[in-house]
Write a protein that binds this ligand. Sequence first.
Ligand code: NAD
Ligand code: UGA
Length: 471
Amino acid sequence: MKIKIKNICCIGAGYVGGPTMAVIADNCHNVEINVVDLDRERIDRWNSKDLSRLPVYEPGLAEIIERRRGKNLNFSSSVEEKIKIADAIFISVNTPTKKKGLGAGKASDLKWIEACTRQVAANSEGHTIVIEKSTIPVRTANVIKSILESSEFLNDENSNKTFSVLSNPEFLAEGTAINDLLNPDRILIGGDNYEDIESLKDIYANWVPNHLIISTNVWSSELSKLSANAFLAQRISSINSISALCEKTGADVEEVSLAIGLDTRIGSKFLKAGPGFGGSCFKKDILNVIYLCEYFGLHEVAEFWESVIKLNNWQTNRITKLVTRKLFGTLSNKKISILGFAFKANTNDTRESAAIQICKNLINEGAILLIHDPKVNGEQIALDLNNEEFDINKSEIGSEGTWIKVNDIYDSFVDSDASIILTEWEEYLNINWDKVSNLMRKPAWVFDTRSMIDKKNFDNLDLNLWVVGKG
Ligand code: NAD
Ligand code: UGA
């Protein structure tokens, strides 16, 4: 029998759980939604009156939280209590690459999936639709099912528990999450319980046109998510490889992107050269594909996808080498302004950001970094650069191989030998380079890894400019 979902519990209040549930709450006022997390500090921040303290920065998110929080959207650390009352449970916990043991460095670590599935098995009541929202290896639905159906939880004679497991991967990109959730290219639901698929479809049908809600078998759904990320990442490695060829030949990568992107079979999106893709998912999901291929003996296929990651590391490292070469082969005690630390614009997320590796490389060469980012705080940068502690009040420039966070863009240029644009924040489009020219030590270099600067604007300035894919 098809049930009407009235109460949803989402386990995991992160970059996916928070925005996704906010958008469902905003479009389904009659559905009660509880987003739960073991991390109490994260929950406190979701409940903060000061909306600038929300743990996730996404354009448009704070407005929805303000509208729905305390009405049909609640954030809580009472995981067990909220599981108990839910008809549908979204599993939205982290699935990073395994650090040790079998499959280390490639396979996904499913310990958080397993832990929260056990919580669901132990605490749910009646029939519960369990929905995989996290990105997971193919056939994880089987793991979830076998835990849910294990005798450990079902032996109780009074137990009236039943479950079905659906796969409903999330395709949002950070920085555009709210728009992606409101206007998805498709909603994918994988499973074999027809009624439960229909119940979940009814939730999305509140704002997504029916023809965009598709259902498949559960394995196709799981594999589609990994494959979509692998294909997207592959496009970036492809254009980044061409960016280097452009620099050698006098071609302009933006012109090449435009020309090839107009071929409708190629398409224009995801063809922007940069410092290498970052973010929490592309690398981990490709590693996951590689692990699956190796497991099934598809070694050539594994090598193909491995090359996408290799090319990405190469692009990131070639930027440090280029900066060092242009600054006469030594960065010792040279000040370098770093513009942007997030892995892309419009997010406070730094996971796998190319900026981390590039900054580490520069620090290793002895440079002194003045780092600016509008949304990433100093504590996060310290964690990423492996500093034990970050003194927020420290404003003095340190010695060789150190860094400070600056809040004003122009402070980062004072006496610096080079500036590197690493994240495409809109405010970097409006930098007054004439003013900058007077602040930097000469000869000075500007390295634009996001292709934001129009070379013509530098013609009359005493600044050297390098732009990715243009030289
Ligand atoms: P995240 O690390 O921001 O959030 C995960 C949250 O789950 C954390 O706050 C953690 O404390 C919580 N958690 C872990 N175990 C728990 C448990 N047993 N009970 C309660 N809470 C628990 O991760 P994210 O970026 O939101 O990603 C979540 C999943 O979605 C991943 O599988 C990821 O691959 C996938 N995904 C992410 C994105 C993205 O853009 N970030 C997009 C699509 C899919
Ligand atoms: C990506 C996918 O785009 C989402 O569809 C997917 O849901 C998500 O991963 C996930 O599974 O986590 P996300 O990592 O948030 O989303 O951001 P993207 O916009 O894909 O950017 C990833 C990286 O590629 C960034 O570092 C970005 O700067 C870089 N990029 C992107 C380029 O260098 N060039 C481009 O043309 C596009």
